[in-house]
Design a protein around this ligand. Sequence first.
Ligand code: ADP
Ligand code: AMP
Length: 221
Amino acid sequence: MKNMSNLIIMGPPGAGKGTQSERIVQELNIPHISTGDMFREQIKNGTELGKEVARYINQGQLVPDDVTIAIVKERLSRSDCSKGYLLDGFPRTLAQADALRKLTEEIHRPVQCALNISVDKDALIERISGRRVCPKCGNSYHVIFKKPRVENICDTCGSDLVQRKDDTPESLKVRLDAYENQTKPLIDFYKKEKILFEIDGLQNIDKVFEDILVILKGETK
Ligand code: ADP
Ligand code: AMP
């Protein structure tokens, strides 16, 4: 199918979902719905929801399904999703995938494509430990693979870059376990639906994006 625009992007923490999502939404002009970003925004703003989810996120645990499904339900109901959406980091459990099926039926936009980015554990550790983010505008960098123009300064807004609180070795271990036990089964879920597309995430950022475009637009290499 060509020009798919109801999309999800999956993969372990640090696989490059956010990095590729930025480019995909620019190319297709659809909203980027990252549950991780939405939770971090709530934490930054000190909301009740932010207070509720912070302890899970900082320890690397998944936020409970009911809370997560509720924020996605609200977000998908907004008018900008009428032209499509890219869900990044959702669903992460089978219960979330079931809920998503219902939610996307309600808005008459069933998921057309689940991009699965595969990266081995050593590379994930290297990517997570070198990730730096801008606390103000949310841009993401890497100390080796995606350097800002000036060391440790955000290209866009000039703020000092920081490490995410959950990008610690302890939290990463919990997150990788959650991925193995709760999220990995979704690969089979979407395989059965015949909408799973595998991406070799070990390639450089440009090459990964090229492969994604081939899938999304039906372009030949
Ligand atoms: P995720 O959203 O899956 O957790 P990110 O997109 O934040 O992952 O990427 C994790 C880190 O790895 C970031 O610092 C990013 O700059 C870097 N990165 C992303 N894709 C690649 C790649 N293909 N090669 C090398 N580094 C990458
Ligand atoms: P991410 O930015 O995708 O790495 O997500 C950061 C953290 O937010 C995760 O480690 C979880 O604690 C939480 N989170 C994000 N998305 C979900 C989800 N779909 N289900 C449960 N927790 C989530």
